[in-house]
Write a protein that binds this ligand. Structure first.
Ligand code: BGC
Length: 431
């Protein structure tokens, strides 16, 4: 069987990405409870961008931008609001979206877990328990059957490693745990759940291409000549970027986070469950050795390249992108850039950001890195997990009162880049 990705009839993807909770609105889940408990600076998500009622308009806006792909996620809390009880109307709503995307010539790129969980999840089948694996696979199978063969591109899990760090080690996101043991268990079960979900999706939809979306970061020494800072930056890259790559590339992973956390495991059958690897790339951290107390160092964002920081203070650093794409390619799978973008309400930097990051994708491809697409985060201003509606990531600006969308000027640059990117002949398929 030929490798399902990239698709023979659509060798390149250029498009936009959103996630259910961040745009749909009114979706009670674990994150809603987190907001209510005052655990995030982001405040209440509320109506978000109202996309639950406006997905078709959003799809039309993506077409107007020249996109041929639309990444979205399915809300598990809508689809399975009570453990074991599925909401047919919710499944039907996503099926309608997929049908519309397909009719408009947009490749649906479907994510099944983008940070939020049904309210029952953390008590009934938490990620620390193997029961999570069957629960997730059952959900995945239901969704795949409901969406049908038009949904053939799947980034099953979004940023599972970040979920483990934030939810199980750092207490920043639900379920708010801070335990190395729980983190190690949750990571292993998430990977097992990916594998079981991949099998369920392939059974329902034999032509499906199965992927994962991994957040990859650049790391630099805060003092470039300081050997300890350099060691720390290299170690951070190994800890943050590698485990998921190793898991999907070799079926085993091992990562050590000082002082006490070790995430290590083996799943020899995992690599066969992956057809492509998705890279979410945003920025770079600068690390400085020696912070006092139990911590061995500190990190921050800084404007080392002179392009200015984004509205939420992140460095703009396309230079860090190419090495990360090369590293991702080292596991021998085709790549898709599943997210890349910036918070820029004034739209002062988005056009240049787009130009430079899409140029990196083209350069990577020219040197043989098998990258087959670019999806921009985000189509429309969205709710940000830790910062609410303040950071504006959208190619479309959102009026928070009326929920009307309006293209930002950089949309013009996106349109031109889409036409150029999709107009170039595609690299030959491997596999
Ligand atoms: C996440 C998105 C988020 C974006 C910008 C990504 O890592 O997948 O959900 O909105 O970062 O913060």
């Amino acid at each position: 069987m030929p490798a399902p990705f990239p698709f023979a009839d659509r060798p390149r993807l250029f498009g936009v990405a959103v996630s259910h909770y961040q745009v749909e609105g009114d979706d009670p889940c674990d994150w809603t409870d987190w907001e209510a408990a005052g655990r995030t600076r982001g405040g209440a998500c509320g109506r978000a961008a109202g996309s639950w009622e406006r997905y078709e308009d959003d799809a039309a806006a993506a077409v107007a931008l020249g996109a041929n792909a639309f990444r979205f996620s399915v809300s598990w809390s809508r689809v399975e609001p009570r453990y074991g009880t599925f909401d047919e109307a919710a499944l039907e709503r996503y099926a309608r979206l997929v049908a519309r995307l397909a009719a408009l010539g947009l490749e649906p790129v479907v994510t099944l877990l983008h940070y939020t969980h049904p309210r029952w999840f953390h008590t009934e089948t938490p990620w620390t328990s193997p029961a999570s694996v069957d629960a997730f696979a059952r959900f995945a199978g239901r969704v795949a059957r409901a969406l049908g063969p038009a949904a053939r591109c799947w980034t099953v899990l979004n940023e599972p490693f970040v979920l483990v760090l934030g939810g199980y080690l750092d207490g920043q996101v639900p379920p708010g745990l801070a335990s190395g043991r729980d983190a190690a268990r949750a990571f292993d079960n998430l990977l097992a759940a990916h594998e079981a979900a991949a099998a369920a999706i392939r059974e329902a939809s034999p032509g499906a291409a199965i992927g994962v979306a991994h957040n990859m970061m650049g790391f630099a020494p805060a003092r470039p000549r300081n050997p300890f800072d350099r060691l720390l930056a290299a170690a951070a890259g190994r800890f943050y970027n590698r485990p998921l790559l190793d898991a999907f590339g070799e079926g085993r992973w091992s990562a050590f986070l000082p002082p006490f956390t070790r995430l290590a495991g083996r799943r020899p059958s995992l690599p066969a469950s992956l057809d492509f690897f998705g890279v979410n790339f945003y920025s770079r951290l600068h690390l400085r050795f020696g912070a006092g107390g139990r911590r061995i160092g500190s990190f921050d964002y800084r404007d080392a390249t002179g392009r200015g920081l984004t509205d939420n203070g992140w460095e703009i650093v396309p230079e860090a992108f190419l090495p990360l794409l090369r590293e991702a390619a080292s596991i021998g799978r085709p790549l898709l850039v599943t997210e890349n973008g910036l918070a820029d309400a004034a739209d002062a930097r988005r056009a240049a950001f787009l130009e430079e990051h899409v140029a990196v994708v083209a350069r990577a491809e020219a040197e043989g890195v098998p990258v087959h697409g670019y999806l921009h985060w985000s189509l429309v201003d969205n709710y940000e997990w830790l910062d609410g509606f303040e950071p504006r990531f959208g190619l479309l600006a959102l009026d928070r009162e009326t929920l009307a969308r309006r293209e930002r000027p950089s949309a013009e640059t996106f349109r031109r880049l889409a036409a150029e990117y999709l107009g170039r002949p595609a690299a030959p398929r491997r596999g």
